[in-house]
Ligand binder design. Structure first.
Ligand code: GDP
Ligand code: MN
Length: 389
């Protein structure tokens, strides 16, 4: 995964910060009196919306209307903790119910083909925009934006004219499009989308939904989201890997594999497969090893071995070319010190610059780790232990 989808309420908070009109709302994450307070402050009826990182919640029964207090409490009790499209619902957004006159669509997407942002707008919204794009593309306006000059006023006017959006919202609509572009730009987004953008019976425009997808590579500029990056990953080890900046994939075999580089890790998996055993995990630490990353990586694999009895061996294929040997070796020792490992044998293949390898071996010589200088020998030893019953 290389992008992060914000939840509806997070997106709406951002929309609000940027001046895009959003419904009045409260986040509900417990079955206590939060909902009663929300009703007192917003009024009835309320729309209750499951906060899960996926669309189509309406159709999947993740959006309900509460007409009275009892009704609202029941819906909260029913939705919180239940599953929607394989995600556990841990919070709900309670919103003023909008009197909808018309549902429209607008979004800014990073267009891969042209490499620039593209405004996508349609006078019909609420449903699946991809569907409309397939069936009646003439209903959608696509406009490329030059990122240097930005989204020009005339471009918004053109879009609104062509789509014959209702005339009296012309100015407001144009403002919303520009603000949505600013959200896209400021958050290094891959997508910022309002679907539906609602025209209410009193003639107001409101963003009834939000979808913001942030490029993972820009999360360092958005520290408030960086720590949340793994939260939707269901597998706890994969989530931990993601949070620690490691590329971890949980598998079902008996040898947990780690290497410093994705290609090296894949090649190691191939060797294990060729010798008739199967990988229990793929872990790529990435380049530029340091002590902490090395520790975190081995810890994930030790946890895997603990939680999955099939795992007999942890096999590390480490190439010390530019990464300092002491950082790598001490990272491994740190992990072993923090976790007691009675489950798996640890095999480390160390190659790379001679003096680095020798130094690392020196640091590791008194540990429980078996050291190898030849990949094939290391793999054969791992396979031997793994197939031994
Ligand atoms: P999604 O299905 O996950 O994309 O969730 P949305 O937030 O887009 O909601 C789906 C549909 O529910 C919308 O297209 C609306 O028709 C309806 N809906 C959402 N919020 C409201 C609301 O406040 N009032 C009314 N009447 N309908 C709403
Ligand atoms: Mn929607």
């Amino acid at each position: 995964m290389c992008s992060m989808r914000l939840l509806e309420y997070e997106g709406k908070n951002i929309f609000q910060d940027f001046g895009i009109p959003v419904p009045e709302r409260r986040l509900i994450s417990t079955t206590g009196d939060e909902i009663i307070r929300a009703i007192d402050e917003i009024g009835l009826p309320l729309v209750l919306k499951a906060q899960v990182p996926t669309g189509g919640r309406g159709k999947a029964e993740g959006i309900k209307v509460a007409e009275n207090r009892e009704n609202a409490e029941n819906i909260v009790g029913e939705l919180l903790g239940s599953d929607l499209k394989n995600y556990e619902i841990t919070s709900l957004l309670a919103e003023e119910k909008l009197e909808i006159d018309k549902e429209m669509y607008c979004g800014i997407v990073g267009d891969r083909e042209s490499g620039v942002p593209e405004v996508v707008a349609c006078s019909e919204g609420g449903g699946d925009i991809e569907q409309i794009a397939k069936e009646s593309p003439e209903k959608i306006e696509f406009t490329h934006i030059d990122p240097l000059s930005g989204f020009e006023a005339y471009q918004a006017k053109d879009i609104i004219k062509k789509l014959s959006f209702p005339g009296d919202v012309f100015t407001e609509m144009s403002r919303i499009l520009h603000k949505l572009y600013r959200v896209f730009d400021s958050y290094d987004a891959k997508l910022s989308e309002i679907n539906p953008l609602v025209l209410t019976k009193n003639g107001e425009l409101k963003a009834a939904d939000s979808k913001i997808v942030i490029d993972d590579y820009s999360l360092f500029r958005h520290p408030e989201y960086k720590e949340k990056t793994g939260r939707h990953i269901q597998n706890p080890l994969e989530r931990e890997g993601k949070e620690k900046g490691l590329n971890y994939v949980d598998l079902d075999g008996n040898i947990a594999i780690m290497a410093n580089g994705a290609g090296l890790a894949m090649a190691t998996m191939d060797l294990v497969n060729l010798e008739g055993e199967s990988p229990a995990a793929f872990l790529d630490t990435g380049g530029g090893l340091n002590r902490k990353r090395m520790k975190n990586a081995l810890k994930v694999l030790l946890k895997k071995a603990k939680s999955d009895r099939k795992v007999k061996v942890i096999l590390l294929n480490i190439r010390l070319q530019i990464s300092p040997p002491d950082a790598a070796a001490h990272g491994l020792l740190d992990a072993l010190e923090e976790m007691d490992n009675s489950e798996a044998s640890i095999i480390v293949v160390l190659r790379g610059r001679n003096q680095y390898v020798e130094k690392a071996k020196e640091f590791l010589k008194d540990s429980e780790i078996s050291l190898f200088s030849d990949v094939r020998e290391g793999v054969l030893e791992a396979v031997k232990i793994a197939s031994d019953d």
